[in-house]
Design a binder for this molecule. Structure first.
Ligand code: ZN
Length: 849
């Protein structure tokens, strides 16, 4: 390992920087292997800071010269930065450095992607561009001059000068360095405009490589909708003359909210009906909204330090979820978000990588862009809104923007605006930010003399570094149904604050059936001993769409667990209840498609583990296959009608209505394929005229053990399109039968199109393998070994993407001793790799601990 003792950074150690930055001027002379960056930065002593050390971050920079107030200086330079002695008065720092974007494969700092220059500075990438106090609480205006012989030269803010081979940009809004961006290349724009509510015109451009012009229209519409929505719902107006978005093929994450110049992974912005699925369109709409919303929640108000990451990310995810609910179907969005939370955040919160929404220490901040910070962070905001009510939430947000505009803030600042608005004490609520782990809420019921008593107890299991947990404030939305299925008490929010607490409902004619945690009002695991008949009753009658879906999900889960642990037959309550729902044409097709879903095999493994049963991946796989087959047979007569839903009227539209119908049709086709061996799927494949239907038919064929010819034809049809080829790689591995998965994955790594240095391609293949639960956990250990081989290979090239992919191993302690031995051996092999990155070192050591 690189560092014998890696440095840990603690929240409690925060101190302000000794100097304030009044302005930054940067000049870039672009050259692929020797870009020169000249900086001129006006500093002055910070009266609030006691430590006056003048340390500037800088990594992988060649310092050419430096001066203070025009006099050359020779700073002390290390591989982390430089120190210099400076006057105790305002001064101007100038430096010139040389960097090598052409060899920057880590995709952090200034790098090249297909001949185009671009940057990624969050969290700590700016220090790879020039020497600077690279921390989010240092904010300044920036002026940037770019010299380079390329047709398009972009940076943050407004254009303030332009000539042949140069351009100048000025960003009038003070910002931290992580929001800096520069793009230069041969790009074409899809342009439009937006007039803000106060009448200001904004130029909008989506910049893409020539050839991708046809994939821009949807993203542009999503941007305009986002701008309008943020004005209507949050009163937030855009604040520059231009808003640029650039699509980049090589990008570690989804997208980045750089001020006025958002940079997107091309997979998160480019869309066309022929090449993108309905799910891709929905995700793109949400990511464009997310990055746009950061302009206020993240940029105008930023984070004091990286421990406060959820301040911007939790809030912005919450805002983009509200946006999607408004644009599409609110219940469908909520159910999808909970599915995601359980699939990605719960394993994190219940395993070795568990950390609080606001972590208290880290070695590498890039490892904390997690489902906990983002998705649980958004859940925490949703709970706050539930607790204070919509009106107080709106008031608190207005106060937040008014009080903190232009500042770098903390979670304390955020909670204070709610306390000041409502008079409520939020100190107990704050535990959601400091305690890791998923709370369990146990339900007990009592019924006597017309009074129904609900007793709720909460407990949170230990997580790394946190053996004991205190009770949290848990908003539990509850409604009561009468014996005939009518709602006898509408939804009310119970506030569970103690370890154990009772709530009574009086004056009831009969013992009610409770519908608990409606809308998934808190990110907890509800432990409720209901009979299958009670679940079926809720599935038939619950007025809360989330809990109605949840009842079906619980029935499915319990059936599967019974099949796995007791060799039980598929439950009739599940099959009959599901059939009734699927027959109900009054129900939204998208909602019915969700009803047809099952928990993932990984989730089932987690639940078995929680019950003290060692999960057997093959037994889980077999149970799911058996239940699917039984479902197909049980619904046989209905399937053609459900499938016909996907034949929508009129041209393709990726909206909620059409995509819901296609989702239901595709789910039906998957069941039909179990009965006809893929005959109809082959027909559907041949006539598919959009990627959603093409891919769903291809999936059915692959699952039926067919589709060789279609797979080859798909390759020939789409080999020119990177984003579609990612699907081609991912699908084959994710849907491979468990016994063949490791070999199929290994063969694909030898494919000439496996450009493993491209994060999307690497993730498509290796992420597809990790998603194939039984295939990944192949008893031979072949998949573990293959993934470890590739993590070791990618680490020196791109530590961030390597480290993120390590989480495929985070659940390893659930499995049997043989599998644990196999995985441990791979984890140790990775850990012992010479010069392993700090990113991967931290991840592996946490997973192994
Ligand atoms: Zn974000």
């Amino acid at each position: 390992m690189r560092d014998a003792a890696p440095t840990t950074i603690y929240l409690k150690d925060y101190t302000p920087f000794g100097y304030i930055v009044d302005s930054v001027h940067l000049t870039f002379d672009l050259a692929p292997h020797a870009t020169r960056v000249k900086s001129r930065i006006a500093f002055r002593p910070n009266p609030e800071a006691s430590d006056k050390t003048f340390f500037l971050h800088g990594e992988e920079l060649k310092l050419i010269r430096a001066s203070i107030d025009g006099a050359e200086v020779t700073p002390d330079v290390t591989d982390k930065g430089l120190t210099a002695s400076v006057p105790d008065a305002p001064f101007v720092w100038e430096a010139e450095v040389e960097i090598d974007p052409g060899n920057n494969t880590a995709l952090e700092g200034l790098y090249m992607s297909n001949g185009m220059y671009c940057t990624q500075c969050e969290a700590e990438g700016f220090r790879k561009i020039t020497y600077y106090p690279d921390r989010p609480d240092v904010m300044s205006t920036f002026t940037v001059r770019i010299n380079g012989n390329l047709p398009v030269l972009l940076s943050n803010g407004n254009p303030t000068g332009k000539g042949k081979g140069w351009a100048e940009w000025t960003d009038p809004w003070p910002k931290p360095a992580y929001l800096f961006a520069l793009v230069a290349g041969d790009l074409v724009a899809h342009s439009d405009g937006f007039t803000t509510k106060s009448g200001r015109h904004v130029d909008l451009n989506l910049w893409v490589r020539p050839g991708d012009e046809g994939k821009c229209a949807f993203g542009m519409e999503a941007l305009k909708k986002s701008m309008k929505w943020d004005e209507d719902v949050y009163g937030r107006e855009y604040d520059l003359d231009v808003f640029n978005i650039v699509a980049v093929d090589d990008f570690n994450m989804g997208a980045m909210e750089n001020k006025g110049l958002n940079i997107f992974n091309s997979s998160a912005v480019l869309a066309s009906p022929e090449t993108s699925t309905d799910a891709n369109f929905e995700r793109i709409e949400a990511i464009i909204a997310h990055e746009y919303f950061h302009n206020w929640t993240g940029n105008r108000i930023t984070c004091r330090d990286w421990f406060q990451l959820c301040l911007k990310e939790g809030l912005t995810v919450f805002r983009d979820a509200q946006f999607t609910s408004d644009m599409r179907s609110a219940p469908v969005k909520r159910i999808n978000d909970v599915i995601e939370l359980r699939a990605r955040q719960f394993p994190e919160d219940n395993g070795p990588l568990a950390h609080p929404v606001r972590p208290e220490s880290f070695q590498e901040i890039n490892n904390f862009y997690t489902a906990t910070v983002y998705e649980k962070g958004a859940e925490v905001i949703g709970m706050l809104k539930t607790l204070v009510g919509d009106e107080a939430y709106a008031k608190a947000l207005d106060l937040y923007f008014e009080r903190h505009d232009g500042q770098a803030c903390t979670i304390e600042d955020w909670l204070k605006v709610f306390e000041d608005t409502t008079g409520r004490d939020l100190s107990q609520f704050k535990r959601w930010y400091s305690q890791a782990g998923t709370p369990r809420v146990k339900v007990e019921e009592d019924w006597a003399d017309g009074t129904y008593t609900l007793t709720l107890s909460q407990s949170t299991p230990p997580t790394p570094g946190q053996p004991e947990k205190l009770p949290q404030v848990i908003p539990v939305a509850v409604g009561l149904l009468g014996p005939n299925g009518d709602e006898v008490r509408g939804t009310e929010v119970l506030e569970l604050t103690d370890a154990r607490q009772s709530f009574t409902f009086e004056g009831l004619a009969a013992k009610p059936v409770p519908s608990i945690l409606r809308g998934f009002s808190a990110p907890v695991i509800l432990e409720q001993d209901s009979t299958p008949a009670q679940r079926a009753f809720m599935l038939a009658h619950d007025t809360d769409p989330f809990n109605r879906w949840e009842a079906g999900r619980a029935l499915a889960t319990e059936t599967l667990l019974g099949m796995i642990t007791r060799d039980a037959a598929p439950g009739s309550d599940y099959l009959d209840g599901l059939l009734a729902v699927m027959r109900d044409d009054a129900l939204d097709p998208a909602y019915r498609a969700l009803m047809l879903g099952l928990p993932t095999q990984s989730e089932l493994a987690g639940m078995l583990h929680d019950k003290g049963v060692t999960p057997d991946p093959m037994a889980i796989w077999t149970a799911v296959e058996t239940l699917r087959q039984a479902t197909a047979q049980h619904m046989q007569d209905l399937l053609p009608r459900l499938h016909s839903q996907s034949l929508v009227d009129g041209p393709y539209r990726p909206d909620a209505e059409q995509s819901g119908k296609r989702a239901l049709g595709s789910a039906a086709l998957a069941l039909i394929s179990r009965l006809d061996g893929g005959t109809q799927a082959a027909t559907e494949y041949a006539r598919a005229d959009n990627m959603t239907l093409q891919l769903s038919a291809l999936s059915c064929l692959l699952k039926s053990g067919k589709g060789e010819a279609e797979l080859a034809a798909f390759y020939e049809q789409w080999r020119h399109d990177r984003l579609v080829m990612d699907k081609w790689f991912g699908l084959q591995v994710a849907l491979a039968s468990p016994d063949r998965a490791p070999e199929i994955a290994r063969r694909l790594t030898e494919h000439p199109d496996f450009n493993w240095k491209n994060p999307n391609r690497f993730r498509a293949l290796m992420g597809g393998l990790a998603m194939n639960h039984a295939g990944f956990h192949h008893a031979s250990g072949a998949s573990y070994e293959l993934l470890a081989d590739w993590l070791i290979r990618l680490d020196p090239v791109n530590p961030q993407t390597t480290a993120r992919m390590c989480s495929a191993f985070q659940t390893w302690k659930r499995y049997d001793a043989d599998r644990q031995d196999l995985i441990r051996a791979q984890l140790i092999r990775i850990a012992e790799t010479p010069d392993l990155s700090r990113d991967t070192t931290e991840m592996i050591s946490r997973i192994l601990a």
